[in-house]
Design a binder for this molecule. Sequence first.
Ligand SMILES: O=C(O)CCC(=O)C(=O)O
Length: 318
Amino acid sequence: MGIEPNYLKRRDVESLRAVEAAFRAGPLAESLASAPDIERRRGLSREEFDSEYRAKGRPVVLEGYAARWPSVRTWSFDSLAERCGSVPVVVDSYSSKAARSTTFGEFVTLLKESAGTGAPPIYLQEWYYKTTAPELADDMPELEIAQYDFRRNLYGDAGSTNHQLWLGQKGGITRLHQDSYSVDVLHAQIVGEKLWYIMGPDSELLPGPDGELDVRALLDSPATQLTRFVLRPGDVLYLPAWWFHRIELLSDSIGLGRKALDEANLRLHVRQRIGELLALALNPDELRRTHSELFDVVMARGRALAHQMDIDLSRLRQ
Ligand SMILES: O=C(O)CCC(=O)C(=O)O
């Protein structure tokens, strides 16, 4: 099996560590401080959004676009714990070593107990809340600009609204990645602040002649388009498909990862979905070994989608 040359796209633990280390020290870390801000717009209509950003594949922050959402106005970790304290969740699911099952109420208690102790920040990542706490959805109404999401045609209404909540503690990190399945990211910040670093889809981090990662070449390439910005409550980020992103929590934070499939990316999306299912069905042992950090997350995604689409996993034909 061929090895992916670009370190930014690899998902094995060693490569993830090497990229994360470059974000923390060295020339990449130094450039981050002076990376330009993203474009920010207020009061953008759906037509303006489509023609100025979506059609051109340009990232943008829509400031205050979700400011009136009930979640943005009323949510806190405590109020959510009161509403769905007994709901099962998996925290730190992006790390095969740290991942553990608990309840939402226990997760909030853990956050409080560990705050200020120097313990690693706790992060409930990619929570498909609709499978276990669907009542929360009323507090995050549909976004007018996201109506192009072609997944509705593919998976039906329920499957297409399979969005994720991200809830974590100050200092938490989601490592650099591209979203799967060629979907656009429409991330709404609900509570607290997050620092985002994004890079263009053609960014490449390759080993140089000395065998070390050539961070200089990455920074010097016009394809990199490194950008840095803070997302605040009510802001919605539009990030076109395949853009790399890395996130740091500047405070305790809650965000909604709302995805949208552009019809232009439909064929690729279907190929990637089918490819993933075939690989899981026909080659699970090797995948668990080569994608140890991603395997359980991908299984959780599949289960959430099956649940939303009312698919019985014990039957071969529905
Ligand atoms: O907020 C985070 O930590 C990650 C969010 C993300 O990767 C996404 O919404 O695609």
